[in-house]
Design a protein around this ligand. Structure first.
Ligand code: PLP
Length: 408
């Protein structure tokens, strides 16, 4: 009865949204932790550091200033839009004006705004997989049709022009491009990005470039924005970014989208009827983040890099696991397919999927990981290394023990 009722009550676009594949594991992990179990979570999609103190201080000061107590411009404070323009030139060598910037409630909101601004019913969106699960759902919400472009571990999860070409159709309107990527950690070179931009330019399609992890890049790799390196795109790009990951500010909900004045004008108009301005306090904090000293960004990056190496070293000690070295963000995506069907743990179960394996890891080892099914990557697990060194070592040791004990 209630199912019928809800299916007739809830709008079709919402009724067809997939529930998050991570939710079940997440809920179980929380329940175990609340029951006093020593759960270690590799599920976090956010830095484990507090927001740097000079940013917090700017927010505290902003709270005391009544100028921040009322509504402000829907598109964002002029001084913050200017700061984003300056930052974009500083970090991406891309010259833009403040009218090309919209301040949003996190990068996730900027992604939704981008799809809502550009997609008509039935427009197809190319999404290289493994992908962050929000892209297809957000595209569907506005009537877009997500089209998965599968990449392979052998090519380091980098999408090729041939793979894009195979999935392109006259209904394709937009390509989602993300570097560094969640969940693969892949970072494309400037030349690879330019090639993809050139291809999209030839096809006349738009590119949404998600650059939220732009400051979390390791080794000799560097950040390149497709908007800067591929003039062939002819201004058909939208950059999405924000302060969440670089400045440990996920809870402040502050992101932005950058595009042509026409696209930003349309998205700002929509925002004026949906959310209005992002919290003025968060905007003031973001100004401090972007214009203040950048020491903390480098310190957090160095800490993540150390943990990245530790996690890769332990994964490398487990025969049967293979893992592409990630050079960005804070995730590894080990391939554990060879363990599916093997007998594992004291319960002597034989997990048939990475979903079941994640369940086993939680129940037996008290370790939470995200199964690859959440990212269209069955056979893989996503492990975040945004957690304290001791926890990382302890959790990885538990995982290693479980895998080393697997038998045919
Ligand atoms: N883009 C990617 C690739 C992400 O992984 C995330 C968060 O996990 C976001 C965007 C969303 O960022 P925000 O917290 O600013 O909404």
């Amino acid at each position: 009865m209630s199912t019928n009722l809800s299916s007739s009550v809830i709008a079709r676009r919402l009724a067809q949204l997939s529930p998050s594949a991570t939710l079940a594991i997440d809920e179980k992990a929380k329940a175990l932790a609340e029951a006093g179990e020593p759960v270690i979570s590799f599920g976090a999609g956010q830095p484990d550091f507090p927001t740097p103190s000079h940013i917090v201080a700017a927010a505290v000061e902003a709270c005391g200033n009544s100028a921040n107590h009322g509504y402000s411009a829907s598109g964002g404070l002029a001084v913050l839009r200017e700061a984003v323009a300056i930052k974009t030139f500083r970090d991406s060598s891309l010259e833009i004006g403040p009218k090309q910037v919209l301040i949003t409630n996190g990068a996730k909101h900027a992604i939704y705004n981008t799809f809502a601004s550009l997609l008509n019913e039935g427009d197809q969106v190319l999404i290289p997989s493994p992908y962050w699960t929000t892209y297809p759902e957000a595209a569907r919400l506005v009537g877009g049709v997500p089209v998965e472009v599968p990449t392979t571990q052998e090519s380091g999860f980098k999408v090729s022009i041939d793979q894009l070409e195979a999935c392109y159709s006259p209904a394709t309107k937009l390509l989602v491009f993300v570097s560094p990527s969640n969940p693969t950690g892949v970072v494309y070179s400037g030349e690879e990005i330019r090639e993809i931009g050139r291809w999209a330019g030839e096809k006349g399609i738009w590119v949404l470039s998600d650059e939220i992890y732009e400051h979390l890049i390791y080794g000799d790799n560097t950040h390149h924005s497709i908007a800067a390196v591929a003039p062939e795109l002819n201004d058909r790009w939208v950059i999405v970014s924000g302060v969440s990951k670089s400045y440990a500010m996920t809870g402040w909900r502050l992101g932005w989208m950058i595009s042509t004045e026409e696209v930003i004008g349309a998205a700002t108009n929509m925002q004026s009827h949906t959310t209005s301005n992002v919290s003025n306090i968060s905007q003031r904090a973001a100004i401090a983040a972007l214009t203040g000293h950048q020491h903390a960004v480098g310190e957090m990056r160095a800490a993540f890099d150390t943990r990245r190496k530790l996690m890769l070293a332990i994964l490398g000690d487990i025969p049967g696991i293979t893992c592409v070295e990630p050079f960005g963000a804070f995730y590894t995506l080990p391939n554990v397919e060879s363990f599916l069907g093997k007998q594992m743990g004291a319960q002597k179960v034989r997990p048939k999927s990475t979903m079941e394996l994640a369940d086993l890891l939680l129940e037996e080892c008290k370790v939470a990981v995200v199964p690859g099914e959440a990212f269209a990557a069955p056979g893989f697990l996503r492990l975040s290394y945004a957690l304290a060194d001791e926890d990382l070592y302890e959790g990885m040791s538990r995982i290693k023990d479980l895998f080393l004990g697997a038998v045919d």
